[in-house]
Design a protein around this ligand. Structure first.
Ligand SMILES: Nc1ncnc2c1ncn2[C@@H]1O[C@H](COP(=O)(O)OP(=O)(O)OP(=O)(O)O)[C@@H](O)[C@H]1O
Ligand SMILES: [Mg+2]
Length: 565
């Protein structure tokens, strides 16, 4: 039983590797011409260095019989070949750097876009630090694999063949001696390969944890200070680093074993071939020139074999990283249906929905109708499902049972889907501003809004009073998570960002929770007077808000119901 399981797993891993490799190749297609050029340069460089060995043989053989005629010509050719190979080295180095950069950006952009297009509920399970590691470190490993490792492997194989046949041309037995290293190199890379893959994934996972911690810690410096956590945080960082070092060490040790085994067989092959060469010279079956060409070329056969074996770990790292990127890419994408309805006087009918993040349901067969133009207050205990209702209406999850349907005054309908977000303006709970100017933040609500529209939105959100007092007005730059302005000011800017959309459907999730009562009321008054008047869902814990609402609904026992009032 156990054996069959093991075998199955082995085959699955092989399939994975094939899939990852195919994926890497699919990204390589646009760069084939450049990669091909790099390989051509590299091959020319290889041919030149083999040529140098052959020229050296010619010189020694001539010298050993006292023939020095045309010696300078040979030296000129020799120097030209050396210069040529140096030049080619530089050009191919430059090319591969450019391919590496472009390729890396290509994948990164693609994966970044995939993350944006992925259903929120699935992507939110990953720590942003983990996603960042995949986008930077893993993508870097893959680009390095494509831009340098794969061309190098092809070059090494060609180098091996060219050198082998050149050497075989002079003496086949010498050539075979030099190949002695190959089986050992092959064996050790196959045996250690599997282990290396596991270790690489471990290294990348520990890297993710390390980065996630740092990112979160830096974003919450204030908390660390308030709770005097500086030493504690440093300790945690050290522990995470130790964990990383542990895996890096294990991986390096495995690599080292492979290298040592190959180094040893390299030496043995060299000694064997050297002895054979010496015997041949003693018997006068080869010339000194052949011996020197051999001594140079034996190195040239063995070093590509060893380099090939050493590239195996890099190839394995590349596949392991590709797997981590593919995992993100394979998350389900959001489904745009392409449905459109006239975005005027929008209502939404929630019909017998059931949903839970886990097996524990938040809603069970819950229904409600939010009528066009109505202001509805949604109340309920903390953790009861108010924000979840918004997420379902906004189609941020794809695991809901039941139906949510938008409709307009003309009787057109469309199901809740990402398309519907075009006519929804949403102010989420918490601070959601970006670093940059106030204007830039508001433009996110409507990319082509004029300054007049921005100011109008700020006024309705009771924000213009303080914005206009800033020396730079709407061009005032705020920091990460709204640093530089107060929480309540940030909330009002977030409301202005939603209002500027002039969307017919507005959702405010505790959007005025940080405001004093009179400011809150003036914000709500501003929204009520907003023209055209939107349908509005107001999630709130405050009674004072209710006077601005036409209706109040509550969430209890996984259901929604109107409260008569
Ligand atoms: N991403 C998530 N994964 C798993 N469970 C979640 C997730 N988000 C919320 N929950 C759970 O779903 C339930 C409803 O959460 P929700 O955020 O909708 O509450 P809420 O009514 O908005 O509360 P509050 O008034 O505190 O904002 C809670 O029990 C919460 O623990
Ligand atoms: Mg909430």
């Amino acid at each position: 039983m156990g054996k069959i399981e093991k075998l199955k797993r082995y085959w699955r891993r092989r399939d994975d590797a094939r899939e990852y490799f195919k994926w890497c190749l699919s990204y390589t297609k646009p760069y084939v011409p450049q990669l091909f050029l790099i390989m051509v340069f590299d091959l020319l460089a290889t041919l030149m260095s083999v040529g140098m060995a052959v020229i050296g043989k010619e010189m020694i053989d001539r010298a050993s019989i006292g023939n020095l005629s045309d010696f300078w010509k040979i030296i000129v050719v020799y120097i030209a070949v050396i210069l040529g190979s140096q030049f080619l080295g530089i050009i191919s180095g430059l090319f591969s750097t450019i391919v590496y950069e472009k390729f890396g950006f290509g994948i990164r952009k693609n994966v970044y876009r995939k993350i944006l297009d992925t259903c929120w509920i699935d992507v939110s399970k990953y720590h942003t630090g983990d996603l960042m590691t995949r986008l930077t470190s893993d993508v870097g490993t893959v680009s390095d694999g494509i831009a340098t490792t794969i061309p190098t492997i092809i070059r090494l194989i060609v180098e091996l063949l060219v050198t082998f046949f050149t050497l075989a041309y002079y003496d086949i037995r010498l050539a075979l001696f030099a190949l002695m290293v190959a089986p050992i190199a092959l064996l050790s890379s196959v045996i250690l390969g599997k282990r290396l893959k596991v270790l690489t994934v471990k290294v990348q996972e520990s890297e993710s944890r390390y980065r996630s911690f740092m990112q979160e810690s830096l974003a919450n410096i204030l908390i660390e200070k308030s709770f005097c956590l500086e030493d504690y945080s440093e300790d945690r960082l050290t522990k995470l680093r130790d964990e990383r070092i542990y895996w890096v060490f294990k991986r390096t040790r495995t690599n080292m074993f492979a290298s040592a085994a190959m180094g040893l067989s390299f030496q043995l092959g060299y000694i064997g071939a050297f002895t054979w060469g010496a015997i041949c010279i003693a018997r006068n079956t080869i010339t000194y020139g052949t011996m020197t060409v051999f001594l140079q070329l034996v190195n040239r056969i063995q070093s590509p074999i060893i380099s090939l074996a050493q590239l195996v770990p890099r190839l394995i790292s590349m596949l392991a990283s590709a797997g981590r990127i593919i995992e993100i890419q394979n998350l389900p994408k959001e489904e745009y249906t392409g449905a459109r309805i006239e975005p005027e006087k929008i209502g939404v009918k929630v019909d017998t929905i059931s949903f839970g993040y886990t097996d524990e349901l938040v809603f069970e067969d819950a229904s409600i109708d939010f009528k066009p133009g109505e202001f509805t207050a949604i109340v309920g205990k903390s953790g009861i499902g108010k924000t979840t209702l918004v997420r379902l209406i906004m189609a941020f999850t794809n695991k809901m049972k039941g139906n949510i349907e938008f409709y307009n005054a003309a009787g057109e309908t469309m199901s809740a889907s990402p398309d519907a977000r075009n006519f929804i303006a949403y102010v989420p709970q918490g601070n959601t501003l970006f670093s940059g100017s106030i204007k830039a933040n508001i433009l996110m609500g409507k990319k082509d809004a004029t300054d007049e529209e921005i100011i109008e939105a700020l006024k309705s959100a009771a924000a213009y009073d303080f914005v206009k007092d800033f020396p730079d007005g709407i061009d005032t730059v705020i920091g990460e998570k709204g640093i530089g302005i107060s929480e309540g000011q940030a909330q009002r800017i977030a409301i202005a960002r939603a209002l500027v959309r002039k969307a017919p459907f507005l959702i405010l999730d505790e959007a005025t929770s940080s405001l004093d009562e009179s400011t809150e009321l003036s914000v709500l008054e501003g929204i009520r007077k907003w023209n055209p008047s939107p349908t509005c869902l107001l999630i709130t814990h405050r009674r004072s808000v209710l006077q601005y609402c036409d209706r109040e609904i509550q969430i209890v026992d996984k259901k929604m119901s109107s409260i008569a009032g």
